[in-house]
Design a protein around this ligand. Structure first.
Ligand code: TRP
Length: 466
């Protein structure tokens, strides 16, 4: 059976942007900005996207296109059997992320419908508290999952590519419209000031915390660490420039994130709602509750949650596809069966998360971050020390002159700088989870030692394997 490919370059880019743009941009990013010093966070975030996110994304894409396989097959093909374990980490991270993501997708679906009837307008707090977890939440999660299944089932080019080619421009147009409309509301100016003001003193005092937050967000929003971009890149042809496509994806993703902030903050300020804490409540209680006071409140609600729904769906598709690609490539079963099997798996894990707030929080707040960071760390050590200079060849394949020149700097960044940085955030994060707070210098020392040992072990394996 010949492997699927994207029909057009634009099709791939839009599918990847669809993966990147999601709940991460719409509620996580604006609120992180608000609670981490406004424009100071924005600056640092853009820096982390450029220095960490984009090279990391390109690392995943290099593995995918070089091998033309799902994550497990890719590492096995390029490095030998034992490396398949890295693909296993990717599958694990994918299961973790989609299990809670589709629960939130279910909430969004419900709010789209509830906006049409105005169900939450009277008592937003009580409404959210009544629907967030339980059998109803599991049911709406299942509906959201069903939509994901339908797209993935239709295939890479006729399902994913077609759907995201319609959805992504739709997201941009609708958000653009909402941003302009929010600007016309009385009192919106306070929102821009809050969102875009530069709090340098805050940044100075909390530099490392803000940096770790920005790094986690950069990985999540670019969909790296779980093999989704690796899988999407496995369907690209050789004549494309990975560097150019990766840069376009990151720029569009960041742009849409900023745009989401330009909708949310002016809206909140004009309605006199204080931008609360981050997390689910912010979107569903503060913002949604305020819709009731607007003219055409139902239309506003349906359009707003409808866009968020599109964004969430086009992200969920990419995570789901990782597991389907694995089953189709490695176990030689049909796409239809693979889709049904993976759907069944997520029906189970997602329902558990929908029934248990504790499990949901554990997956969303803790395990996802750790798994994505560990995943990307492993991928990049592989690119740097197992693939080695072949990675530069792959990076340069199909690239123009400018992109070719960035091959070598990119390689050193991926082989040395990023592993150190990711190990640092991993150690800091783990310290927090285990309740043993580590200081920044301690985390840096542990990370450096860990990376050196890991590289030595990898080199030893590669040398003895030949
Ligand atoms: N990037 C998406 C968002 O911001 C979420 C997402 C999709 C994702 N695919 C992923 C996150 C793979 C991590 C890994 O909402």
């Amino acid at each position: 059976m010949t492997r699927a490919t994207w029909r057009t370059r634009l099709g791939f880019v839009l599918a990847a942007v669809g993966s990147a743009v999601g709940l991460g941009n719409i509620w996580r990013f604006p609120w992180l900005t608000a609670t981490n010093g406004g424009a100071a966070f924005l600056l640092l975030y853009v820096l982390v996207i450029v220095l960490v996110g984009v090279p990391g994304l390109l690392g995943e894409m290099v593995i995918g296109r070089r091998s033309r396989r799902n994550p497990v097959g890719a590492f096995g093909e390029l490095g030998g059997r034992p490396w398949r374990v890295l693909g296993g980490v990717a599958l694990f991270a994918s299961v973790v992320v989609l299990s809670f993501y589709s629960v939130v997708g279910g909430w969004i679906l419900r709010y789209t419908a509830a906006s049409a009837t105005g169900a939450y307008f009277g008592a937003p707090q009580q409404y959210f508290a009544a629907i967030d977890f339980g059998v109803g939440a599991a049911a709406f999660h299942a509906l959201f999952l069903l939509a994901t299944v339908a797209v993935v089932y239709a295939g890479v080019d006729r399902g994913i590519e077609l759907a995201t080619t319609v959805m992504v421009p739709g997201i941009v147009v609708l958000f653009g419209g909402l941003a302009v409309w929010a600007w016309t509301l009385p009192g919106s100016a306070g929102g821009y000031e809050f969102y875009l003001s530069l709090d340098v003193a805050y940044l100075r005092a909390n530099f490392f915390d803000v940096l770790v937050a920005a790094a986690g967000q950069a990985l999540f929003t670019l969909s790296v660490g779980a093999g989704a971009m690796l899988t999407y890149a496995s369907y690209i042809d050789e004549d494309r420039s990975l560097a150019a496509d990766g840069t376009i994806i990151a720029v569009l993703n960041t742009g849409i994130g900023v745009l989401a902030g330009l909708v949310i903050f002016p809206l909140l300020f004009s309605l006199g709602v204080s931008p609360g804490e981050g997390g689910p409540g912010a979107l569903f209680v503060g913002l949604a509750g305020a819709f009731a006071d607007l003219p055409y409140s139902r239309v506003v609600g349906v359009v707003f949650f409808g866009v968020v729904l599109l964004a969430a769906l086009s992200s969920a598709i990419s995570i789901f596809e990782v597991l389907v690609a694995y089953l189709v490539d490695e176990h030689d079963i049909t796409r239809a069966r693979a889709t049904a099997g993976v759907g069944g798996l997520f029906l189970l894990t997602g329902s558990l998360a929908a029934l248990s707030p504790g499990l949901f929080a554990l997956l969303a707040d803790t395990i996802a971050n750790l798994a994505l960071t560990a995943g990307l760390l492993g991928f990049l050590l592989f690119v740097g020390w197992v693939l080695g200079p072949a990675a530069i060849d792959e990076y340069r394949t199909g690239a123009g002159t400018v992109a070719r020149m960035t091959g070598r700097p990119w390689y050193y960044t991926v082989a040395v700088v990023l592993p150190l940085f990711l190990a640092f955030t991993l150690v800091s994060g783990l310290g927090g989870v285990l309740g043993v707070p580590v200081t920044a210098p301690q985390a840096a020392a542990i990370a450096a030692l860990g990376v050196v040992v890991a590289i030595a072990l990898v080199r030893h394996r590669v040398d003895t394997a030949v």
